[in-house]
Design a protein around this ligand. Structure first.
Ligand SMILES: Cc1cc2nc3c(=O)[nH]c(=O)nc-3n(C[C@H](O)[C@H](O)[C@H](O)COP(=O)(O)OP(=O)(O)OC[C@H]3O[C@@H](n4cnc5c(N)ncnc54)[C@H](O)[C@@H]3O)c2cc1C
Ligand SMILES: *[C@@H]1O[C@H](CO)[C@@H](O)[C@H](O)[C@H]1NC(C)=O
Ligand SMILES: *[C@@H]1O[C@H](CO)[C@@H](O)[C@H](O)[C@H]1NC(C)=O
Ligand SMILES: *[C@@H]1O[C@H](CO)[C@@H](O)[C@H](O)[C@H]1NC(C)=O
Ligand SMILES: *[C@@H]1O[C@H](CO)[C@@H](O)[C@H](O)[C@H]1NC(C)=O
Ligand SMILES: *[C@@H]1O[C@H](CO)[C@@H](O)[C@H](O)[C@H]1NC(C)=O
Ligand SMILES: *[C@@H]1O[C@H](CO)[C@@H](O)[C@H](O)[C@H]1NC(C)=O
Length: 516
């Protein structure tokens, strides 16, 4: 069942809205509603517009109380709308006036032109896994890219074209029968688009670089509605800019990735109780100093949840069995729950659990390190425990501090200036500081704790002699209001001038994210 916005609906809602007080927001919602209607009339049958609810007595924007309806009772009545605006954490979602699912490039182009002509706030959502509020959500027109779902593998060129609405695990599944894969996300559910347009740290990065080092071309609808194929030779500026520059240059419809032959892999989750954290620190610090085998990778999570600390490790080896000794120190520590085994790469990713309680809110922040000495790991344990215990009276809060070692070779696949992110290709080890909670009244407090705790760890790392002040911060983990200079560094000037050239009317400023 599809609910298209009707004339009746629009007129009815406009009548209601014009009776409301004319705040800026009210005007923007009216404009968005007009845009939704125009889009509905302009698009082909390949695309669709969805309202928050069905058309009945009191409407989705019914003739009683439009705002109340939007925010509460009618919010979940249209399944397509609900799915379109949904995110991994609910704090990244907002009730838009309508959701739009473009089904082809021509329709997407019309949609963007209509949005630009009304200058209404809009959102572009890929996999919906960004943690910053408002980066892929809006109270205006929400564009969900889910219909861009084609996967075309070309064995002769060892490349694959991937639609911008897919999650990486969809791509891994589709490529598995061909015995190949791409450099993508480490957990299931993560969108191809946001991950790749931000940088992209993968299980294969030691050998193959980041996702941005493995994109050969982008299909892009420019802010003026023109579709263009962007590659190194057709447009070196946009090619550079899209490799980390997110949604500043238009809406990406497809990615062309290099593919690599892929056999069985070893890995999975390995959860360890808090009593063993000293042993975990010793094992992780030994594993990473220095990391030796490019096939071996892990993420080391330090968690505080339900009143106690523990470790959550994600282990990976690109081969059916790890080279002798690789993970011995870690595997010698008893796990209270683990799912490490040998299987296909697609199956490994599919089987990693990665869902939250419905309604969970959350945020990430990041710092970049140069190493993981035991003293720093101790400080990480102290952070997660200190804040966990300080916040213990508030139910439903958990944190995970995830350290991500890489070899220097992860950063040698593009020289400085080859991609918007990272601006410097020296070794940077991203740490992802993740807080999850349930009650929205805690939002401001949790953002503040996440910022303070990150700052504290950066000071500890610096005091221990790590030279981190000039390392890029990863935009896909960085908390909102992180200065753009910390993410894009010396690339920022070039990015701003490319942006001015391709978006002179600043259309992409109407959507959230890191804005040049
Ligand atoms: C559980 C979890 C695990 C993660 N694991 C990893 C990991 O292993 N490695 C890593 O590097 N990162 C990881 N991340 C971070 C991840 O890369 C970012 O959250 C990323 O932005 C998600 O992309 P998305 O498409 O799902 O997000 P979305 O929220 O849909 O989009 C993110 C941003 O990209 C923009 N965007 C989306 N689609 C388009 C488009 N077609 N054109 C232009 N702009 C677009 C959006 O407007 C938004 O600003 C993880 C995140 C989570 C929550
Ligand atoms: C780059 O894009 C242009 C324009 O679409 C195309 O003609 C050309 O073949 C592409 N080059 C490569 C190397 O893919
Ligand atoms: C939380 O911990 C208590 C004991 O400390 C336990 O009884 C309870 O089952 C735990 N809850 C969850 C959700 O793990
Ligand atoms: C563990 O992994 C296997 C595949 O190796 C999968 O079938 C199973 O569902 C996973 N179990 C859990 C609890 O994640
Ligand atoms: C633990 O963390 C808190 C909060 O950052 C800090 O104030 C305290 O000094 C830390 N303690 C130790 C022993 O590092
Ligand atoms: C959220 O927190 C507020 C303020 O502390 C409280 O009044 C409310 O009951 C909480 N909501 C839930 C669902 O726990
Ligand atoms: C849109 O912008 C591109 C790049 O600046 C330009 O080549 C193209 O002609 C523009 N299209 C229209 C319709 O203005």
């Amino acid at each position: 069942m599809r609910y298209r916005i009707s004339y009746f609906l629009i007129i009815c809602t406009l009548a209601v809205l014009s009776a409301c007080s004319h705040s800026l927001e009210t005007r923007q919602r009216e404009d968005a509603l007009v845009a939704c209607h125009q889009i509905s009339a302009a698009i082909s049958s390949h695309s669709a517009v969805f309202a928050p609810g069905t058309l009945h007595a009191n409407g989705p924007f019914g003739c009683t109380d439009a705002y109340h309806d939007l925010e509460s009772s009618y919010y979940s009545e249209s399944p397509e709308y609900s799915e379109d605006i949904e995110h991994w954490v609910s704090s990244s979602s907002q009730p838009s006036v309508c959701s739009v699912e473009p089904g082809n490039v021509e329709d997407l182009s019309k949609i963007l032109l209509i949005i630009a002509s009304h200058r209404v706030p809009f959102a572009v959502k890929g996999g919906g896994h960004i943690m910053n509020p408002g980066f892929s959500s809006t109270r205006g027109v929400h564009i969900a890219m889910s219909r861009f779902s084609e996967i075309n593998y070309d064995a002769s060129t060892q490349t694959v074209d991937v639609g911008a609405g897919l999650a990486f695990n969809d791509v891994y599944d589709a490529l598995e029968p061909f015995g190949v894969t791409v450099v993508g996300a480490r957990l299931p559910g993560i969108g191809v688009a946001g991950f790749t347009l931000g940088g992209g740290f993968s299980w294969f990065s030691n050998d193959r670089g980041l996702a941005v080092d493995n994109v050969l071309a982008f299909g892009l609808v420019l802010p003026n509605g023109t579709y263009t194929d962007v590659n190194e030779s057709s447009n070196p500026d946009l090619f550079f800019g899209l490799k980390g520059g997110s949604n500043n240059f238009g809406i990406v419809t497809k990615f062309t990735f290099k593919t690599y032959p892929q056999g069985q892999v070893w890995g999975g989750t390995y959860f360890i109780r808090g009593d063993y954290l000293d042993k975990v620190n010793a094992a992780i610090s030994k594993f990473t100093s220095p990391l030796q085998d490019p096939k071996a990778s892990l993420m080391a999570g330090y968690t505080f949840s339900n009143g106690s600390a523990s470790a959550a490790l994600w282990l990976f080896y690109n081969g059916p069995t790890p080279a002798p000794g690789t993970f011995d120190d870690i595997l010698a520590i008893p796990a209270y729950q683990q799912n490490v085994s040998t299987q296909s790469f697609a199956s490994l990713i599919r089987n990693i659990p990665n869902t939250l309680q419905p309604g969970a809110r959350g945020v990430f922040n990041t710092l970049s390190l140069t190493s993981h000495p035991e003293a720093l790991l101790k400080a990480v344990v102290n952070e997660t425990t200190f804040w966990g215990e300080s916040l213990i009276s508030e139910p439903g809060i958990s944190s995970t501090y995830i350290l991500q070692p890489f070899l220097p070779s992860a950063f040698t696949h593009g020289p400085d200036g080859s991609s918007a992110f990272p601006f410097s290709h020296r070794l940077m080890l991203p740490a992802c500081i993740s807080y999850i909670w349930t009650n929205s009244t805690l939002d401001a407090l949790m953002y503040e704790v996440t910022r303070r705790s990150t700052r504290h760890l950066a000071l500890v790392a610096e005091a221990e002699g790590q030279d981190i002040a000039d390392l890029p911060l990863y935009g896909n983990y960085a908390i909102f209001r992180t200065p753009l200079e910390r993410i894009y560094g010396e690339n920022l000037g070039r990015l701003r001038s490319i942006k001015r050239q391709y978006d002179p009317n600043n259309v992409m400023a109407l959507t959230g994210g890191w804005k040049f």
